[in-house]
Design a binder for this molecule. Structure first.
Ligand SMILES: [Zn+2]
Length: 424
């Protein structure tokens, strides 16, 4: 790939709440890795070609830490239900269609295209229980150039017959996918027990054994809804908390990093376990409102030193755009403050942007920032010059997050490689 130089208005968040704004600057990239940002290009690069994006913004590409690829088609459906009814009445039927590889190929291709269109360049993705169609998802993402962790879902109880796996088959097929897709540099397997209620202790233990054997990360759901938390208590009576179930089976950061979506209703003990095991929580604000699940007290968790990223959680969220997740996270933290004034100060837009770039990107390594040594993952954003022309760069950035959409994104890069999108 060699040397690439891009020019434009560069904005990124090197620390929570801190925006670095480099007007009309150059970003030098070597073999997909950021070498440096320069207002004036050093002499050694003087003869190199520069891709000049003019007045457009160059932002880190978005990182979605929790999304269900199979659920894109159900966005906006059945959202007058809460979690468990929504799963039973809608989601499981939608996921059953992925037993058909032809259907999966079409749906997953559309999902990958839509990720890129929305500027999401890295994602942690739930597929379904189906081995063949999950394999197709790996291949489609590889072809597209998106960075991802992809998980075949495991579940062997408390789901309809047509999605219920035999425990041994679930493990065998998971292992086959690891063997087949475990070596790609950008699209990697992640262990994906759906959530504790849908998995027997035997299955959770076997998944924990895979985490140990292959040193593989884990993603699942944790404490999203009060009824779910109560259900886990009934199903695992010998475990003091929901988090203890995952911990006990080696799925809570013991062997490799773990991602837990939602994490709304957590006890002090669980927060300590999360911190001690460096488990990353994924805040999915839009999904949490749609299913009336609750509001994660993000500031409180951050103040306890817990890492929190952002997820779209499509299809419980009706929106794949991480810009919308950023705005919704800020809005929900304001609602907490409004209804409970003792809550600490709401998130700022720069803090939520950090969560969707460098914060979430840390799950992938040096991703989500333009500091030296980071992967050049970027989105190029343009706005109507009649409006943007009168605004500061920080205002243009805010305006894109609040009012922009996929039409404002004209190019996306992962590790220096431009992904298929309309040309500028
Ligand atoms: Zn989810």
């Amino acid at each position: 790939m060699g040397l690439q130089i891009f020019k434009g208005n560069i904005i990124f968040a090197p620390a929570p709440g801190e925006l670095k704004i480099c007007a009309r600057s150059h970003i030098v990239v070597k073999d997909g890795i950021v070498e440096g940002i320069y207002e004036r290009l050093p002499e050694e690069y003087g003869k190199e070609p520069v891709k000049d994006y003019g007045e457009r913004l160059i932002l880190p590409g978005f990182v979605d830490l929790h999304v269900h690829a199979s659920q894109l088609y159900q966005c906006g459906l059945g959202l007058d239900r809460e979690l468990i009814d929504w799963l039973n009445d809608y989601t499981f039927y939608v996921e059953s269609r992925f037993s058909d590889p032809a259907y999966a190929r079409e749906a997953y291709s559309l999902f990958a295209d839509e990720l890129v269109r929305q500027g999401t360049v890295r994602a942690c993705i739930f597929a379904t229980i189906h081995k063949e169609s999950t394999g197709l998802l790996f291949e489609i993402l590889q072809e597209k150039g998106i960075g991802a962790f992809v998980g075949k879902v495991n579940m062997d109880r408390n789901c309809p017959d047509f999605l219920q796996e035999e425990t041994e088959v679930s493990i065998k097929e998971t292992e086959e996918l690891i063997a087949r897709y475990g070596r790609h540099p950008l699209v990697k397997p992640i262990l994906t027990p759906r959530f504790a209620p849908a998995c027997s202790g035997e299955l959770l233990k076997a998944i924990g054994d895979l985490a140990k054997k292959y040193n593989l990360p884990v993603q699942s759901h944790l404490s999203e809804n009060p009824r779910e938390v109560e259900w886990v208590r009934e199903l695992f009576p010998s475990h003091p908390t929901y988090s203890d179930v995952y911990l006990d089976f080696g799925l809570f950061g013991r062997y490799a990093p773990a991602l837990m979506a939602h994490g709304i209703y957590l006890t002090d003990r669980e927060l300590d376990l999360i911190k001690a095991n460096d488990v990353m929580l994924v805040h999915c604000p839009e999904s949490n409102i749609n299913l009336a699940s609750g509001i994660m007290p993000v500031r409180k968790w951050l103040n306890r030193g817990i890492r929190v990223g952002l997820g779209s959680d499509v299809g419980a969220s009706h929106n794949l755009a991480m810009s919308k997740a950023i705005v919704r996270a800020v809005q929900l933290s304001k609602l907490l403050k409004i209804f409970s004034p003792r809550h600490e100060k709401p998130l700022t837009i720069a803090e939520a942007f950090y969560m969707a770039t460098k914060g979430g990107g840390s799950f992938f390594g040096k991703v989500g920032s333009f500091e030296k040594g980071y992967s050049f993952d970027a989105v190029i954003v343009e706005d109507d010059p009649r409006i943007a022309g009168g605004l500061s760069l920080e205002e243009q950035f805010q305006r894109f997050l609040y009012t922009g959409d996929a039409n404002n994104i004209i190019a996306c890069f992962v590790a220096g490689r431009q992904l298929g999108l309309r040309c500028d």
